[in-house]
Write a protein that binds this ligand. Structure first.
Ligand SMILES: O=C(O)c1ccc(O)c(O)c1
Ligand SMILES: [Mg+2]
Length: 651
């Protein structure tokens, strides 16, 4: 598959955008008119620079408001088009995107539109330019891709074809199957964009909320599957108008973009395999059937991870963490033989405390405040999973190990949390734990009633500019499935909360969009690595599931645990909503437990105080309850906000 990207997706100057696209590995780019008009580079400079960078210039766009106009206007439009054809010849670009008229269209007559497009195609032919006609979702008269294509067929000129843009098609819920019957020679260009399903006017949706494939909710694998089966072989080019990407680091966004196309290519191949047609075989061509004209690359295949192998918290001062874990009922398994890390376990829940005292982290002011620094996932084959992540351009992280120690393959997530791939064992134990303490084959089983403890979920705060990237990253590299996101009220704003799951719920990862504004004006959500713990107000947590939460809470209380204190108002509201048994309600109140219930079951949970940017949660799931106590999240945010500012007053 030939990969492309429109310069409008990225921040920076045209030169910076082109360099970033080359570094990320794109084959070609679409030049967005404004990027050229505002550039000091001449069209010849751009042409040379693209050639030097190994990029093809696939499209010049857009040409607006051409069709459906009175004849006086048509003459002016054709003059304007001639100027752009001459410009394109200097650029060395042979395809121009013409979008359906939104502004000056005044005549709704397909016969007239066909005549006008024919006039444009004839002039384009004189300059050897191909015109790709695209139905904008909000086009005044032409807003449906099949309508645009009918016009192209009516005109029947070699220099006029269709541009298919997934956004305009999927935002309007048009059926994508008819694409298959299009003459492939008449599909001049294909643009792809994903988007979250929003109910708003389609123009604003398109101009601000498009995201890269895998970051939204459109069925893009199916869309591209139909395009491939039509016989299209041209570039598949990202066209993503997004307010965040346009102000984020250009090289990083280009890599995120490239990852999205690599993933989409694989997903489309899978969709095609799952939807065989009479004419075409699967990607590898079944006997007696043809292969698709477009080659689709595949990736190393991974199953979803079975569970969390461990969570690692990094801190220079580990005392607060040790106290909390001990009070929760964790057992210390001592230090690693060669590394400055401790292992704490409760049942099959493993927490590594990384005693970060390196000069580097001291220089960076890091390490003082505990922060979640790494997660281990149980995967079937760590090597295959690492190869897949690498092909998806995930940056590898090195880990120092001695010869006789287990080596984890690892890579960095967008928020710089280190992700390690571990060989899971069916019984839930981990081989590497023998490198700790007395050389235990298995960690201490824990106290009575605690053997069943596992990591239930991990909640990571994402910097605002990397949120969408993180969704794609976990989807593509680790096969987690994004759920529709929720918005939770907090004193610092609405917190976007995105659950990423495996189908059997062995892994539940919650990505929260960290609030931007802190009291006193400090902003968080910067590019500072999570590991530094230097983002004020950033709070992340690890949640453990136990069999009997009340017993766990009582034992923790007896050990002096600093619980997150829940306001009395909460319990009054809880009683009003659920009409709970008075004794049960009294227990919840006494132990600062939170409660939720739905049609599937019940959920009990409590939180610890925060050390650095980390706190812990203990949960008990009853029945088939599958949520996270979302109605209780605003209470947690409000109490934590109060604590943060009592401890770190800003005035
Ligand atoms: O929003 C627009 O104007 C616009 C322009 C060109 C495109 O290809 C497109 O999809 C949208
Ligand atoms: Mg488009």
């Amino acid at each position: 598959m030939r990969t492309g990207i429109a310069t409008v997706c990225l921040s920076g100057t045209l030169r910076e955008k082109m360099q970033a696209c080359a570094i990320a590995g794109f084959d070609g780019i679409e030049i967005f008119e404004q990027d050229l008009v505002t550039s000091p580079l001449s069209p010849e400079d751009v042409r040379k620079m693209a050639a030097d960078l190994g990029l093809t210039l696939d499209l010049y766009q857009p040409f607006r408001d051409f069709d459906s106009v009175p004849n006086e206007l048509l003459a002016a439009n054709l003059r304007r088009a001639e100027a752009k054809f001459r410009l394109m010849s200097r650029l060395g670009t042979d395809t121009m995107l013409v979008c359906s008229n939104v502004a000056t269209a005044s005549i709704d007559d397909d016969g007239l539109r066909a005549e006008q497009l024919a006039a444009l195609a004839a002039r384009a032919g004189d300059h050897s330019v191909k015109v790709a006609y695209e139905a904008l979702a909000w086009g005044k008269y032409v807003n449906d891709y099949e309508h645009a294509h009918r016009l192209v067929e009516t005109v029947d000129h070699p220099n006029l074809g269709t541009c298919l843009d997934s956004f305009h098609i999927l935002s309007r819920d048009w059926d994508t199957a008819p694409i298959e019957s299009f003459n492939p020679g008449k599909i001049f260009f294909v643009q792809v964009a994903d988007a979250p399903k929003l109910s708003m006017d389609v123009l604003s949706w398109s101009r601000h909320y498009r995201v890269f494939p895998g970051e939204g909710q459109f069925e893009l694998a199916k869309f591209l599957g139909h395009v491939v089966r039509a016989g299209y072989t041209g570039p598949v080019s990202l066209e993503v108008f997004n307010d965040v990407f346009r102000q984020s680091d250009v090289e990083r966004t280009a890599v995120d973009a490239m990852r999205s196309l690599i993933w989409l290519e694989e997903q489309s191949a899978k969709w095609l395999d799952a939807h065989p047609s009479a004419e075409y075989g699967a990607g590898s061509a079944a006997p007696g059937r043809r292969r698709y004209p477009m080659e689709l690359a595949t990736l190393p295949q991974v199953a979803e991870p079975a569970g969390f192998n461990f969570a690692e918290v990094r801190a220079a001062d580990t005392a607060g963490l040790e106290t909390l874990l001990g009070q929760l009922g964790f057992t210390s398994n001592g230090r690693h033989r060669t590394k400055n890390v401790q292992l704490w376990t409760m049942g099959h829940a493993r927490v590594i405390i990384n005693e970060d005292s390196t000069q580097e982290s001291r220089d960076a002011g890091a390490g003082a405040a505990p922060a979640i620094s790494a997660l281990g996932f149980d995967v079937e084959s760590p090597v295959i999973a690492a190869a897949r992540a690498q092909q998806l351009k995930a940056p590898a992280v090195p880990r120092k190990s001695q010869a006789d120690e287990e080596i984890f393959q690892g890579f960095a997530a967008p928020d710089s949390t280190e992700i390690f791939l571990c060989q899971g064992r069916p019984d839930g134990t981990a081989a590497w734990t023998r490198e700790f303490g007395e050389g235990l084959e298995a960690p201490a089983a824990g106290r009575t009633g605690e053997q069943g403890t596992v990591i239930d979920h991990v909640n990571l705060a994402q910097p605002w500019q990397h949120f969408d990237e993180a969704v794609l990253f976990y989807t593509s590299a680790l096969a987690l499935e994004p759920q529709p996101y929720a918005e939770v009220a907090s004193p610092t704003g609405l917190v976007r909360s995105q659950v990423m799951l495996t189908r059997d719920r062995g892994v539940r990862l919650v990505l929260n969009l960290a609030p931007l504004i802190q009291r006193g004006g400090a902003a968080s959500g910067t590019d500072a690595p999570a590991a530094t713990g230097q983002r004020p107000g950033y709070q992340e947590h690890i949640a453990f599931a136990v069999d009997d939460l009340v017993a766990t809470a009582r034992a923790a209380k007896a050990r002096g645990l600093d619980f997150l204190q829940i306001p009395a108002n909460y319990y009054e509201d809880l009683d009003a909503r659920f009409g709970l048994d008075p004794d049960f309600l009294a227990t919840l109140r006494e132990l600062n437990l939170l409660y939720d219930r739905d049609a599937d079951g019940e959920f009990l949970h409590f939180y610890t105080a925060t050390v650095g940017s980390v706190f812990f949660e203990m949960v008990e799931r009853r029945g088939a309850y599958d949520g996270y106590g979302a109605p209780n999240a605003p209470v947690r945010h409000a109490v934590q906000y109060d604590h943060l500012h009592q401890r770190n007053p800003t005035t």
